[in-house]
Design a protein around this ligand. Structure first.
Ligand code: FES
Length: 134
């Protein structure tokens, strides 16, 4: 049985974690999607979302952030410019690799274009030590 974590791609701090292997993201494109997407309602451990930052869950097309301890936000991981998937959360911004757009971890607003609109919000609820997407 494959655990949800091993099927999950986590992008944070400039690294990609795939099944326990770490690879660089410089050559990543935003259009790939694993064929075995996990159930969207599988919980995500709170510990996977750093305080003051966040993480991209590419297999769910979602970015989870925790601007301050215990305050979680969820956004679409699809850039509002031309549809690439954002690939990292660094220094308070959610970053798109295609043309350099940056979004705030606090509210998904555009910090730097060319993105024309904020990242759309997704629902997230805290359930003990886990996060559930709506
Ligand atoms: S698609 Fe994200 S900046 Fe262009």
């Amino acid at each position: 049985m494959t655990s949800a974590l091993s099927r999950r791609t986590i992008l944070a701090g400039g690294c990609v974690l795939v099944g326990g292997c770490v690879v660089g993201v410089a050559g990543c494109s935003g259009g790939d999607r694993p064929p075995d997407r996990p159930a969207s309602d599988a919980p995500i451990p709170v510990s996977e979302v750093p305080v003051g930052g966040g993480a991209v869950f590419a297999d769910r097309d979602v970015v989870l952030t925790q601007p301050t301890a215990g305050a979680f936000q969820a956004f679409s991981a699809i850039c509002t410019h031309q549809g690439c998937r954002v690939n990292e959360v660094v220094d308070g911004t959610i970053n798109c690799p295609c043309h350099g757009s940056k979004y705030s971890v606090e509210d998904g607003s555009v910090v730097m274009g060319p993105a024309p609109l904020p990242l759309p919000r997704r629902e997230v609820t805290v359930d003990g030590d886990s996060l559930r997407l709506g």
